[in-house]
Write a protein that binds this ligand. Sequence first.
Ligand code: GLY
Length: 394
Amino acid sequence: MSFSRRDFLTTAVVGSVSLGLQPEASAQSGGGKRPIIVCAGNGYDYLEEAYTFLKNGGDTLDAALKVVKGPEDDPNETSVGLGGIPNEEGVVELDACCMHGPTRRAGSVGGVRNIKNVSLVAKAVMEHTGHVMLVGEGAERFAVAMGFPRENLLTEKARKIWLLWKEYHSIGDWWGPGISDPKWNAPVKGTPQAQLWQIKYQRLEEIAANLGIDPEWRASAIHKVLFPPTGTIHCSAANEKGEVSGCTTTSGLAYKLPGRVGDSPIIGAGCYTDQDVGSAGATGSGEENIKIAGAHTIVENMRHGMSPQEAGMDALKRIVRNYNNDMSKLQYMDMTYYILRKDGAYAGVSLWDGYSEHEPHKIAVHDGTRRAEKTVALMKGYSQDYPPALGLPK
Ligand code: GLY
């Protein structure tokens, strides 16, 4: 976060909202090629294998699941599956859902502990139960019954980030070094904001060092403590015949209340697929996406004739509408939609251009050529970290 980003926002955004849609991105408009897979940027590394599988006649949902299983298995990916940042009690809780276009079925799990590949558990709910959604303990027991191994999902890295968060917020509780610690200082009244931030940041660095957080990822851990992230992965796939499927999986919002479920396992919010139309999914502010049933809204928009990009932009405008265009609030939220029409046309759209100039939002695509493309943003500029940290020096 920097002052320049904030300044840029206040001058740039209002105009772009009133202008409405930006021009269609040429690479993302019109009829597309098939087979095709689209996903969030964190699926890029897994696209090659999934594309080969799909091209060789593999099922569309299985191809999408191959992509999202990559980040689920990766202990260094802190927003999905193994290694996900835990809830406020230090427990990793995962959400996922999937929809299979050709058989018009769906499966979903929410708040699952101890099972890494929740996207596959969602598929098992779809294939092996008469239900659509299982949550919590019941979902975990079902997964074990289906042969999924129970394992500890809290990696050392994620545990230390959580501990750092816990100790940093220890002013009002007993976590973190207490008053007898030689480095403890009484708060000084009237300290200017910037100086307060310096003190807080220094304290965070000290706690991080005490916890043995590697200097190499200390700054990133501190950022995750100050601004809890919501990472996720969505993937949609269409084969040569035009069959289409989608899935979404996540560890959800960092340090969430135990039992909090975001948009990812909600059929119609985090993911929606209709064999007659196409598929869509989301990453970003789960609560905002649930309120507009984002993925379903997008698929319905396409059903009524909108292009993938227009359909996604309309969904984003509904989020803006929910806040009466109030940029003082909208600057603190973000949303990206990954949209695939059954004819292979696709779009990646987002509320903002990205988190910074160096971190634009991207959609990863494979239709014979693997690539990552910048999304088309509804509003020019970059979303701000939440919660607001006014006065935080660069
Ligand atoms: N979009 C992921 C979540 O909010 O949980």
